[in-house]
Design a protein around this ligand. Sequence first.
Ligand SMILES: [Zn+2]
Length: 246
Amino acid sequence: MPSLIQRLRFAGLKHKPVIKKDNERGGAGKQLIYWLDTEPLSEEEAYSSLDKADKVVRYQRSSAGDVKPSWLFRLIFNQGELKNRSHRGYWLMGSIVFTVLLLALWLGLALFGQVSKTSPLTLGQMINLALLVGGAWLIWTQYGLPWIRLVDYRVVKAPLMALSWKELSAELEMHRDSKGNQWTRFVRFTGDCPICSGRVELMSGKPEHRLPLVGRCVESPHAHVFSFDRTQLTGHYIGPDLHAVD
Ligand SMILES: [Zn+2]
């Protein structure tokens, strides 16, 4: 009801839908008729201004195993979770460091090879170079950068290659359990938009926000924007100023 009233107010309507019945007490053999009716909004409901407290989104964290990683990561993560200081954790860290080093070496050698040639560049060489840079960028954004950022940011968007093809979007989270052990897990944070009841998902803050991750309403991703607090699981409205049009 509160979210419905908020939407009615937002749309400039002065009535709310209610369910009515023709008899207060039903019972055996008595017919009871229900119907939908409208009632004017009460003073309080109609005039509570759209203040900051109204525009708070509450995020929900999906439970363990809800987000399906790709087959490669299913081998390393157990039910979408991984203890950082474990054999599998070290294996993952090692393979990321190895991938990044190999990438740097490969790119360095390839670029050096291109530069050291004295003959002018042919079209074939240009295409080779473009493929090389594209491939390097892909490996870096999928297997390097997100895992390195995760340590500082605690939550990042999971790279698409780490997710099962059925998953469209999910997050990676690093958290500490009660014994102080660090864990990495696949999760999804979602919420209900307090303005339009659309689904709020975490997306990149770029281009208009400096925060790395913000909650964006799928119905209006650039207007209904919210901050994201991982520990409180709340966010407040940070989109364009709603009172600017008044
Ligand atoms: Zn919305």
